[in-house]
Design a protein around this ligand. Structure first.
Ligand SMILES: [Zn+2]
Ligand SMILES: [Zn+2]
Length: 460
């Protein structure tokens, strides 16, 4: 049997690995490469292998860097199964449709600019077909992917429905267990359960996004959130929370719900201002089976995402009307890095108001508006206008959905247990993070750690 690293090799995005066994071919993830447009367009358009050669696909979770090119495969005729958890399937229905919409918009923009027709990477129909091919399964329930490959999902604790993938592969009478971590989450995140590392592995494919970073703990984030809201409300301002529509928004709403029940925040209106976030919230509500039953709110309350103070604004005119509304309020809007979405018009109207707080709860990549705001640029450019940044800027770092270097190693240690030390292939990480993490693991008793390049193949 052989593994080829076809994406998220020495980089974070484009997760895709190819398993060849018993004359069959299985794809693990088929994600979108993200980053600078010109580079990623070519990489995304290129198929990892001819569609006719793919027998089955196993998907770890719904994030676009793992699922985003599945519609490209269906556009090229793939009609085989895509195995994933039920929650992943339902999240993908929303997210792949959104991605198709972005692809179509992008193609229109490029066509206008270049005066030559540019075809979208894929369209809405391809996204629908991809979702239709998805087979939703439960955690801890073994199923056959192709003859000789038995698969089990365990909870990766990263986003709703996220899985680590255990593949028991039998070829010529020999069985080897390949464990693909997917994206590894953290203990204590709101709503979802803690990561459940599989037991035992002959080979591990391990993500390494934060392989050289330490995160502040999850404990305490909710109190920080409360403090920011109290202070801002006291001076009559609004709290603008730019947040990814999938996952982060629901965590924030959930924490606000707890704080409201405990009387730790004043009774001010809370607006969730993103159609994608609203759709995603409905998917969350459909999957209580994957919630963390040890959390108090999950046990006590039937509807986690609806309470007196919270309002969902789907309509664009409703969203714009918030600009003229007076008094303190909380607005949660996409996008997370403030590069697009409704957060922009909120910033355009209120970033110059010293009563406002811009509360950053997610990672801000270089060259984004979000990063400039975190770096406290005196003037920011929003929707073509120069705006003096007079708002308070607060950062809460504890919401990260990826384990840091200690949490990743703890996950790997748990997988190994008392068994033999498996070879480890680091995937889903930038070079620097991977090199530092590989050193850390070698020092911790894993002599066989590799950082494969894209298109590298290993025979097991
Ligand atoms: Zn992810
Ligand atoms: Zn990822």
């Amino acid at each position: 049997m052989q593994i080829e690293f076809a994406g998220a090799a020495r980089e974070v995005t484009g997760s895709c690995h190819i398993l060849r066994i018993n004359g069959k071919t299985v794809l693990l993830d088929c994600g979108m490469f993200q980053g600078r447009r010109a580079e990623t367009r070519t990489k995304n358009a290129e198929l990892p292998l001819p569609v006719s050669e793919i027998d089955a696909i196993v998907l770890s979770h719904a994030h676009i860097d793992h699922s985003g090119r599945l519609p490209l495969l269906t556009a090229h005729g793939y009609r085989g199964p895509i195995f994933c958890t039920s929650a992943t399937r339902d999240l993908c229905a929303v997210m792949l449709a959104d991605s198709a919409h972005i692809q179509e918009q992008d193609a229109r923009f490029l066509t206008r600019r270049g005066k030559e027709a540019v075809a979208p990477l894929y369209g809405m129909r391809d996204a629908t077909v991809a979702t239709e091919r998805m087979v939703g399964l439960s955690y801890d329930q073994a199923f056959d992917v192709v003859p000789g490959v038995r698969c089990t999902f365990t909870d990766a604790g990263h986003i709703l429905g996220s899985a680590s993938v255990v593949l028991d592969c039998t070829e010529n009478g020999v069985t080897k267990r390949i464990v693909f971590s997917g994206d590894v989450g953290r203990s204590g995140l709101p709503i979802i359960r803690d990561p459940q590392p599989p037991h035992g592995a002959d080979v591990v494919l391990l993500e390494s996004t934060y392989g050289n970073r330490d995160h502040p703990s999850v404990a305490g984030t909710r109190d920080q959130l409360a403090a920011v809201i109290r202070e801002t409300a006291a001076r009559g301002g609004r709290v603008l929370i730019p947040a990814f529509a999938v996952g982060r928004t629901q965590e924030i709403v959930y924490d606000l719900h707890i704080l409201a029940r405990e009387g730790k925040i004043p009774e001010i209106p809370i607006y969730v201002d993103s159609p994608l976030a609203i759709d995603t919230t409905s998917v969350f509500a459909m999957h209580p089976e994957v919630f963390d039953q040890s959390e108090d709110l999950v046990q006590r309350v039937k509807d986690l995402f609806h309470f007196t103070a919270v309002h969902y604004t789907r309509d664009a005119t409703e969203s714009k009307a918030l600009n003229a509304q007076h008094g303190p309020m909380v607005i949660v809007a996409a996008s997370g890095m403030m590069e697009a979405g409704r957060i922009l018009h909120h910033l355009a109207h209120h970033a110059a108001d010293p009563r406002t707080t811009i509360l950053v709860v997610g990672f801000q990549a270089e060259h984004t508006l979000g990063r400039r705001i975190v770096d406290r640029a005196p003037v920011i450019r929003v929707l073509g206008e120069e705006i003096p940044l007079r708002a308070q800027v607060s950062v809460i770092a504890g919401y990260s959905a990826h384990g840091d270097r200690h949490e990743l190693q703890a996950w790997l240690d748990a997988v190994r247990g008392d068994g033999a030390v498996p070879p480890v292939y680091l995937v889903h990480g930038e070079r620097e993070a991977q090199d530092e993490f590989a050193e850390q693991l070698r020092g911790a008793g894993y002599p066989n750690v590799s950082t494969p390049e894209r298109h590298d193949r290993v025979t097991l």
